[in-house]
Write a protein that binds this ligand. Sequence first.
Ligand SMILES: Nc1ncnc2c1ncn2[C@@H]1O[C@H](COP(=O)(O)OP(=O)(O)OP(=O)(O)O)[C@@H](O)[C@H]1O
Ligand SMILES: O=P(O)(O)OC[C@@]1(O)O[C@H](CO)[C@@H](O)[C@@H]1O
Length: 308
Amino acid sequence: MITAVTLNTSIDKAYQVEDVKKGTVMRVKSCNNTAGGKGLNVARVIKICGEEILATGFCGGHAGALLEEMLDKAGITYDFVHTAKETRNCLNILSQDGVSTEFLEPGEPVSEEEIGTFLKKYESIVGKSNVITLSGSIPQGAPADIYAALIRIAKDRKKTVILDTSGAALTEGIKALPDMIKPNADEIETLLNISLNNRDDIIQGAVRLHDMGIPYVVVSLGKEGAVCVSDKGIRKAIPPAVNAINTVGCGDSMVAAFAVGFERGYSLEEALKYAVAVSAANTLTTTTGHYRPEDMREIYERVEVEAL
Ligand SMILES: Nc1ncnc2c1ncn2[C@@H]1O[C@H](COP(=O)(O)OP(=O)(O)OP(=O)(O)O)[C@@H](O)[C@H]1O
Ligand SMILES: O=P(O)(O)OC[C@@]1(O)O[C@H](CO)[C@@H](O)[C@@H]1O
């Protein structure tokens, strides 16, 4: 089983509009609500991939109840700590030119008691999982090293852990050496306190992170695909050109597919090719953290993998 942790859940609202014009009244053409926060996108994609998934983290209030209802409809098993405060909303405004503008609420604080309850729940859940994904921002009230604590608990039980976050949560989290991280170029710059000027710099940055003791460092490069630095070498996978309509959740789709790859024991090449195909397929639907299997299969055949 794979467990997807989302500490800062949200009801994600994807608005389709003609255009975004600051200072005007804009009518929304359609609104697509999904159970969000990065880890729930991961959970949805893992479910489509066909693996057993458990979603956990915090949720609360009416929005929390709605979120659980959405997961029920999607057939995703969950076990959340219910918070006294309401789950947040995040907005993704998709204009007709394909540009996406996101507004992410910070979310309400969680209490010390709620964190304690979650840690107990997590310990029991981890025992039943093979792979754990830790995704997204952390709620106010949670310590910056909370992911480091979750990684240590999982690694003590010999589980595979993927960490996908940013800022202080990432800086602190990598100290516990997760099995995989998926930083973008900005995050590598912050982690290593360097500036990256080209593709070679990005790869060298990823190599440095790998040398610190992180077995898989995956750097996603948008429509150019992704590079993975690992003990088995450095591989790059490039997707075919696609008509992307919504790139929000692509990073989460990539994490989901890697989690599935670890669960199934894929080789480095297989896992990277699969992750690039799943994440590229995610761009072809307006639903965040979703893909059509037929799109993925068609893209998979055309993903090119090369050794660097
Ligand atoms: N326009 C695109 N065409 C094809 N594939 C894409 C496109 N955009 C993203 N992808 C796929 O999704 C993966 C992740 O995308 P991206 O690099 O944008 O991630 P990210 O910045 O980490 O995303 P997020 O903000 O969702 O965490 C890419 O490595 C690629 O495989
Ligand atoms: O605040 P977080 O959890 O870091 O990011 C939240 C979020 O932007 O991430 C997803 C896209 O990756 C969206 O579904 C969601 O709104």
